[in-house]
Design a protein around this ligand. Structure first.
Ligand SMILES: [Zn+2]
Length: 409
């Protein structure tokens, strides 16, 4: 049976389970609560490399939901588990701690904490009258994903669902810009969960229409050209880093990039020079290359580097050579799951899947108590998987700002 048909059958079966109905019912009834979470967390600034306050807020919410093993890891990711019910085989230690359990596989469910906005950006959410829409910096990317992360944890707890293997909830740092996925890299390369994560679902932005199963690769560079500088009249003829950089960028702009695999190149920032009458000592630019294909990404980067090399060499003189520095400031792998892969297929950290979910437009009010169930029953593995892979968005945010293929930012 093809994987898609098999997955479809499994989903259909899950949809009949009472526990799954309970989880959806909880989500349906608690839209106001989700909206409140979204408003609360978006007010906490989370600029790149400044996510700690928002991470602390998450640990409090995780604790209130009765999740276990909650902690900040060495990268600053806020983590918590929804663990299976303990069984005799799993609990040889009479007073088990999470650390005394055998290293079972787990499913990662994550959303990134950071925004693209600098620390001093005013954040004052505004709510449209008679509309579920909220306006605020980062309300969509990624307050919506973070709210869905909490919503899923809450729905599982209140539906009395315990998973067959642990679900690791992660509000992770460093997704945006020069954060360069440092939170996820830590989880997958150095953290104690690195050998245990068997599948990953990432909740990103607003909208519920797209389930992305491929990751857009990117390479980012800071290119700096330096020279001796000088006076515009007295040192005329000295190689000029700004002009050299401009010449290289003009040539790069004329490159024909493939549309299949789709590949893009952006120069997002340039700087250099000190005054109108001085030959600058340096000029630099930030470049962002993206492609759905990792080989294409590398070959485009190589070509770009060659252009800088050639032009810097051409513009240098024996007496006054220019120097070229190219620093890689971002490197995200391109990857894809097969089209017929069920969402439970073990996936790379940068692979994103976010199935659709109910819209909140019809959500009734009246949130109820948030005390988690004291002793949840143990539903089937499949029920837990279904619930874990069904994020709910508050529906109060604008549609997804990114195209489905843009899994990285
Ligand atoms: Zn994002």
């Amino acid at each position: 049976m093809p994987a898609t048909a098999s997955a479809q059958r499994r989903i259909s079966r899950l949809a009949t389970l009472t526990a799954v109905h309970r989880a959806f019912h909880w989500l349906h009834l608690h839209q106001p609560q989700l909206r409140q979470w979204q408003l609360e967390l978006v007010r906490i600034p989370a600029p790149p490399f400044g996510e700690s306050a928002r991470a602390a807020w998450f640990l409090e919410r995780f604790q209130a939901l009765g999740l276990t093993n909650l902690h900040l890891d060495d990268a600053g990711n806020a983590l918590a588990e929804l663990a299976p019910e303990l069984t005799p085989e799993l609990t040889p230690d009479p007073s088990p701690t999470p650390y005394s359990l055998p290293p079972t596989p787990c499913t990662l469910l994550s959303a990134h904490l950071d925004t693209v906005f600098p620390a001093n950006t005013p954040i004052d959410p505004t709510e449209e009258k008679d509309s579920p829409r909220i306006h605020a910096p980062g309300i969509c990317d990624n307050a919506a994903g973070l709210t869905a992360l909490l919503a899923i944890a809450a729905a599982l707890r209140f539906a009395n669902i315990t998973p067959p293997i642990p679900i690791l909830f992660a509000a992770n740092v460093g997704e945006e810009g020069e954060g360069d996925l440092r939170g996820m890299r830590h989880l997958f390369e150095r953290g104690p969960y690195r050998t245990r994560i068997a599948a990953a679902l990432i909740l990103e932005g607003g909208g519920t229409a797209a389930a992305i199963h491929r990751a857009l690769g990117s390479l980012r560079f800071r290119v700096t050209i330096t020279g001796p500088g000088g006076h515009s009249w007295a040192d005329a003829g000295t190689p000029n880093p700004i002009l050299t950089l401009s010449q290289a960028l003009t040539e790069i702009a004329a490159l024909t990039l493939p549309t299949d695999p789709l590949t893009t190149l952006n120069v997002g920032h340039i700087s250099g020079g000190t005054s109108i009458n001085s030959i600058p000592e340096s000029a630099s630019a930030l470049l962002d290359l993206r492609s759905t294909d990792s080989t294409q990404l590398v070959s485009t980067a190589t070509r770009v580097h060659q252009i800088f090399d050639d032009i810097v060499t051409t513009q240098s003189t024996t007496a006054t050579p220019l120097k070229l520095h190219i620093d890689t400031i971002g490197n995200r792998p391109a990857a894809t799951l097969p089209d017929d892969s069920p969402s439970s297929t073990p996936s790379a950290p940068s692979t994103v899947t976010s199935p659709s979910a109910p819209n909140s437009a019809s959500a009734p009010p009246t949130p109820t108590s948030l005390s988690p169930a004291a002793s949840p029953p143990s539903p089937s593995a499949a029920a837990a998987r279904a619930a874990a892979s069904t994020p709910s968005r508050s529906g109060t945010t604008p549609p997804a700002a990114k195209p489905p293929s843009a899994a990285s930012s």
